[in-house]
Design a binder for this molecule. Structure first.
Ligand code: BV8
Length: 225
């Protein structure tokens, strides 16, 4: 039984009109990540953080999956082995394209989390600082996003899948954020063939057996074909 693990990053959603983080005019070139993507930043100024994610949630809901997302759906439907998509992205374009087996290791814009009691629920279109948690009623609602310094979701399942993988494919990620940036090493150590599909070689390109460069909307369908 073939086992395939696919890791996606912001680059797979770039051609859907959602910004990346580290390309020119990327999100982290216009926002200080320590102010909008850390628990400390949220404590300092909840409204600024909620405004940042409310805008991204609106963009995400207005965006549509692109041919790269759709190619992965075709692959999952025809794949005879086990296929898992691990995404660093917080948009839901994989699910809206039709992918079924998706793990969001950095959370999702479609979720809300209570900073006081840990309760999680579907996010409203707009989150406001005074929104009460449905479980403990305190006004500590925040986006269900894994910020820098927080522990990503599903790590045990992801590491187990990487240890058992026959192939690992990274799509549209710069390889700058850990622990995701180490996944090719993790999979390669377990004997997996590692392929990178990217617009430009990532910081961890040397960890891969093969690197193919180009826009995801072209090179992912070409790879799946
Ligand atoms: C943690 C949610 C403890 C926010 C994000 C070593 C080990 C472990 C941790 C660390 C370590 N060293 C440092 C750390 C700490 C830190 C970290 O990695 N810092 C970095 C800056 C050095 N990591 C953490 O804090 C993580 N937690 O470590 O917990 C732990 C310890 C050990 C083991 C487990 C746990 C939590 C990190 C999560 C932070 N949250 N996202 C939000 O989305 O608002 S991370 C942020 O970067 C993004 O959200 C995204 O998910 C992530 C990666 O970015 P990319 O997706 O790669 O996007 P980027 O813009 O960088 O690149 C785009 C790529 O696409 C480029 O390659 C480009 O060429 C390509 N591209 C562009 N257009 C196209 C394209 N490709 C194809 N087609 C196109 N059209």
């Amino acid at each position: 039984m073939e086992r395939l693990v696919i890791l996606t990053g912001a680059g797979i959603s770039a051609e859907s009109g959602l910004g990346t983080f580290r390309d020119k005019d990327g999100l982290w070139t216009r926002h200080d990540l320590s102010e909008v993507a850390t628990p400390e930043g949220f404590s300092r100024n909840p409204k600024r953080v909620l405004d940042f994610y409310n805008a991204r949630r609106a963009n995400s809901r207005a965006a549509a999956p692109n041919p790269a997302h759709e190619a992965l759906v075709r692959l999952e439907q025809s794949y005879l082995g086990e296929m898992l998509i691990v995404t660093q992205n917080v948009d839901d374009l994989h699910e809206r394209a039709g992918s079924r087996n998706v793990l969001h290791m950095h959370g999702t814009l479609e979720g809300a989390l209570c900073a006081a009691c840990g309760h999680r629920w579907p996010a409203p279109a707009i989150q406001r600082p005074q929104d009460p948690c449905p479980a403990c009623t305190t006004a500590q609602a925040r986006p269900d996003i894994v910020w820098f310094g927080e522990y990503p979701y599903h790590m045990e399942d992801i590491w187990q899948a990487l240890r058992r993988a026959d192939a690992f494919v990274a799509i549209g990620t710069s390889g700058t954020v850990y622990p995701a940036a180490a996944f090719a090493q993790d999979a390669g150590r377990a004997g997996a063939f590692c392929l990178e599909l990217n617009a430009e070689a990532s910081a961890v390109a040397p960890d891969f057996d093969e690197v193919r460069l180009g826009p995801a909307s072209r090179i992912v369908p070409d790879w799946v074909a």
